[in-house]
Design a protein around this ligand. Structure first.
Ligand SMILES: Cc1ncc(COP(=O)(O)O)c(C=O)c1O
Length: 345
């Protein structure tokens, strides 16, 4: 259900409201106490998710952050280094959870986006360093990569880097909060990436459009342990089939993500046609568009103010850089309203 007051909200794909079909599914969901594993709706969704990503088992969690942090906790020991790019969500946007919960630190591999080259990982994962080096405990990837504008990680890059980790006995976790956008954008199956990961998580509450919920996926043994850690973190939920029911509807409709990508393209191309230096169209690969204020006549803050005056919401991705995210509650008319604001400035 889109906004009824005419607001067009491009701040994130997390702002969507549950559709009528989701609300119906929630109302009619068969439920039980999921801590006793008695919730048939949750059990069915976990089975479906594990099969869809080609892993043995899956665990429903309240958030992507919790799923990522359970993964980090189970794969590492205190003092270990978690390898990631500097702008990885697990490092920059999870409030230091990896340190607070698991006692880990980060080993960053420089990268302009979410990819890490085999050469860089070969060095970062060096098993022969001196004894006082931080022990690399886990390699993490993020796909799509949020901070660089929803860009898609190349399966080949992931395969090469993950192979280096696996050869050295280091597990690999994939933060696939928007992995279904990556699959839709690249036109490939999620297994192209998940086959190179020991564990992965994805979110129902982002582009898929469900109100709440994420899935942690991995081997049966890993998920059994994950269930214990989830409970320890306070994430053991009871009749949570009411949420899984909405997530299931969103999941079954995941083919519609291409529509969001077409909207992002329309927006990116529309802005670039007016201000070519404001948008790097090469980065518009899924449902995000970054707009660089340096390429606009009056900068990003002024553009944002003009948008707000026209009932359009957008957020900053960085200083003087706006991020527009398309999702099921915005449409082509909303995109054209953004372009009209540029034309009337
Ligand atoms: C790439 C990525 N990973 C993880 C998360 C965390 O998900 P949640 O907000 O459900 O904790 C987000 C949230 O935006 C994200 O973009």
């Amino acid at each position: 259900m889109a906004f009824t007051d005419g607001t067009a909200d491009f701040r994130s794909d997390t702002v969507t409201r549950p559709t009528e079909a989701m609300r119906q599914a929630m109302a009619n969901a068969e439920v039980g106490d999921d801590v006793y594993r008695d919730d048939p709706t949750v059990n069915a969704l976990e089975e479906k998710a594990a099969a869809a990503v080609g892993m043995q088992r899956a665990l429903f969690t309240p958030s992507g952050t919790m799923a990522n942090q359970i993964g980090i906790h189970l794969h590492t020991r205190p003092g270990d280094g978690v390898i990631c790019v500097p702008s990885a969500h697990v490092r920059k946007y999870e409030l230091g959870s990896a340190a607070a919960i698991s006692g880990t630190t980060f080993l960053v591999v420089e990268s302009p986006d979410g990819s890490m080259t085999a050469a860089a990982l070969d060095t970062a994962l060096d098993p022969n360093g001196p004894y006082y080096n931080i022990r690399p405990g886990l390699l993490t990837w993020e796909n799509t990569h949020n901070a660089s504008g929803g860009t898609i990680l190349s399966p080949e890059v992931m395969a090469k880097g993950s192979a280096i980790a696996s050869e050295r006995g280091i597990p690999v976790h994939l933060d696939g909060a928007r992995i279904w956008n990556a699959a839709a954008g690249a036109g490939v199956e999620v297994e192209e990436w998940s086959q190179h990961a020991t564990s992965m998580m994805f979110c129902f509450s982002k582009g898929l459009g469900a109100p709440i919920g994420s899935m942690l996926c991995g081997t049966a043994d890993f998920i059994e342990e994950a269930r214990r850690v989830r409970k320890r973190l306070g994430g053991g939920m009871r009749q949570v089939g009411v949420l899984a029911a909405a997530a299931a509807v969103a999941f079954d409709e995941r083919d519609r993500l291409v529509e969001d990508h077409l909207l992002a393209r329309r927006l990116g191309e529309g802005i670039a046609a007016r201000h070519p230096d404001a948008v790097d169209l090469g980065r518009v690969q899924t449902n995000m568009v970054r707009v660089d204020g340096a390429g606009l006549p009056a900068g990003a803050a002024r553009f944002k103010d003009d948008l707000v005056a026209a009932g359009i919401l957008v957020g900053f991705a960085a200083q003087d850089v706006l991020r527009f995210v398309t999702h099921r509650d915005v449409n082509a008319a909303d995109v054209d309203r953004v372009l009209a604001v540029l034309d009337s400035a």
